[in-house]
Design a protein around this ligand. Structure first.
Ligand SMILES: O=C([O-])CC(=O)C(=O)O
Ligand SMILES: [Mg+2]
Length: 572
């Protein structure tokens, strides 16, 4: 939010003439001594110089040695590698974030391929399941049914005022793990750490939020360590009233230009919330739009390997929820832009299977609204295998949340009529992946163009090494969000998603294709994010949605110059 130049804007109500509004008496002071060492934002461990130790009352509070940030990084990486249990690594990383924020981000940025599976999928999934037991200190902001009528006050308890990105969940569909209630907090926390590490949004501008409306997870309701409300989920009016109060309070408190990312809501709320609030707020649903954008990028890149245009292919999805229909929509949109075929015609190239079988015309009446556009003319089919055999797709995409559903028969069928079958098994975490990388390559005799939502190690098959791509929205949302923030966009438009997809697909080089990769490695993700941000921002300007004026000439340079860097700062 813009600072109150001239004292006109007073979102916190501290300076206005009337006095009915309660204010939070925040005070800020310069940290020194013991307090400075315990302030994660400013702590530098043993990297305080002699002069800083003098000036900030640190003498004696630290051992005499000096250790540079690089040396600290080396030590912590060494320690982390000693842990064999992934959850121990997760806890160690969370402790580091609590203790020394810049070192945490330095580690994450410099070792992104190694640490992504720790702070993100798959380990973050396990962390959410056990969140109550491993809970040490609160992270993020909790808003529960108990706070009804007071959400604005709750927001004001958060110590930061200029928030640029909020990631919010209600915990009802955490990855493919289902309802984890309040313990879903691990997800917004993890997503926002990627906003900073991968997208360069400042940590202080990021706000993770969990809305606790109860949980229907019996295990958690009976768990003495559960951290949330022990009641069944509020639904209907009660749910929507709380969400409405939240959305209104966010806009009131942070203004129009805060990006609100919906994460891991259940299908029955996700589509409606997105449709409702995209008219009045800057909202983005990561599971619908972020996943769609990354998969479209993967497909655009895959076309260079398998040949043809988007419209030349036939797509079959297992799973018709947020990811499945979101991806299908974006493929159809891109197809229609490039062929001038009406969108309805484009949709006919895309088929979806849900838990009841192939989605067909005769089922239309009983389908949830987001599935209806995909009900095409076909005889009813019950299983995925039947659908594969009948539709003969060139591209098979799993978004069902259910593991091991791409069976040997399914993959072999794909490989029987495709020279290079495109197979994406996107469900998270790894245990819910529709198939493993090894299965995809082995069952297709090494011919599959494969990507997965959670990471798999390279696979050796008949003497050749295959490197699977990770088709995860983590490629998109950090750069997308950065583009939104730097352009001051006030709404998200589908064309901005297409711009992000195209920007990502452009980053895949001949060298990557040579290794069988259809996504660039994460090692270079900050450079990639800057390019995605630039294209997204350019689109926002083109659409008249950008408020940061004048438009910078070189948006890539501008995006890079805006990015947070984790190097320690010198203190006077
Ligand atoms: O978090 C991830 O890895 C991707 C994602 O959004 C999900 O699976 O819900
Ligand atoms: Mg998600």
């Amino acid at each position: 939010m813009e600072m109150a130049g001239g004292g006109v804007e007073d979102a916190y109500g501290e300076d206005r003439a009337t006095e009915e509004q309660l204010v939070t008496p925040w005070s800020f002071s310069v940290a020194s001594g013991y307090t400075l060492l315990r302030d994660p934002r400013h702590n530098k461990g043993l990297a305080f110089s002699e002069a800083e130790r003098d000036a900030h009352y640190l003498r004696g509070l630290l051992p005499p040695a000096y250790a540079s940030q690089e040396l600290q990084e080396k030590k912590i990486m060494h320690n982390l590698r000693q842990y064999t249990v992934p959850l121990q690594r997760y806890i160690a990383m969370m402790d580091l974030q609590e203790r020394n924020e810049r070192l945490f981000y330095k580690l994450l940025i410099d070792n992104v391929e190694e640490l992504l599976p720790v702070v993100y999928t798959p380990t973050v999934g396990e962390a959410c399941q056990k969140y109550g037991s491993i809970y040490r200190r609160p992270q993020g902001l909790y808003i529960s049914l108990k706070d009804k009528g007071k959400i604005l006050e709750v927001l004001k308890n958060w110590p930061e005022r200029s928030i640029q990105v909020i990631v919010v969940t209600d915990g009802e569909r955490i990855l493919g793990l289902g309802d984890l209630g309040c313990q879903g907090m691990g997800i917004p926390v993890g997503k926002l750490s990627l906003y900073t590490a991968l997208g360069g949004v400042r940590p202080s501008a990021c706000l993770p939020i969990t809305i606790d409306v109860g949980t229907n997870n019996e295990t958690l309701l009976n768990d003495e360590f559960y951290i949330g409300l022990k009641q069944r989920r509020a639904t209907g009016e009660e749910y929507h009233e709380l969400l409405e109060e939240f959305m209104t309070a966010v806009k009131q408190n942070y203004g129009e230009k805060v990006l609100i990312q919906f994460e891991d809501f259940a299908n029955h709320n996700a589509f409606d919330l997105l449709a409702k609030y995209s008219k009045s707020h800057l909202v983005f649903n990561d599971d619908i739009q972020g996943t769609a954008s990354v998969v479209l990028a993967g497909l655009l890149a895959a076309l260079k390997v398998v040949g043809g245009t988007l419209a030349d292919h036939t797509y079959l999805f297992l799973g018709a929820g947020e990811a499945g229909t979101g991806i299908a929509d974006l493929i159809a949109l891109e197809m229609s832009k490039h062929t001038e075929m009406p969108i309805d015609e484009c949709r006919k190239k895309i088929w979806l299977v849900d838990s009841k079988g192939l989605i067909v015309e005769s089922r239309k009446e009983s389908l949830q609204h987001f599935k209806k556009p995909w009900a095409h003319d076909h005889e009813p089919l019950k299983t995925l295998l039947e659908a594969v055999e009948s539709i003969k797709p060139t591209v098979l995409i799993g978004t069902s949340g259910v593991g091991r559903t791409f069976t040997k028969e399914v993959i072999e069928a794909m490989a029987s009529f495709n020279e290079k079958p495109v197979i994406f098994s996107l469900s998270n975490p790894t245990s819910h992946s529709e198939c493993t990388a090894e299965e995809a390559y082995t069952w297709s005799q090494g011919r599959a163009v494969f990507a997965s939502g959670s990471p798999f190690d390279p696979v050796e098959y008949e003497g050749k090494v295959y490197v699977p791509g990770q088709s995860n929205n983590a490629y998109i949302f950090p750069g997308f969000g950065l583009g939104v923030v730097i352009s001051g966009a006030i709404r998200v438009h589908d064309d901005m998603l297409l711009a992000a997809s195209e920007a990502l697909a452009e980053q895949v080089t001949e060298e990557h294709f040579g290794k069988g990769l259809i996504f660039p490695p994460f090692t270079n993700i900050r450079g990639i994010s800057a390019r995605i941000a630039a294209k997204v921002a350019a689109k926002a300007y083109e659409l008249g949605l950008a408020s940061r004026l004048p438009r910078p000439d070189d948006l890539v340079k501008y995006a890079e110059s805006c990015m947070y860097t984790p190097a320690y700062r010198s203190y006077r």
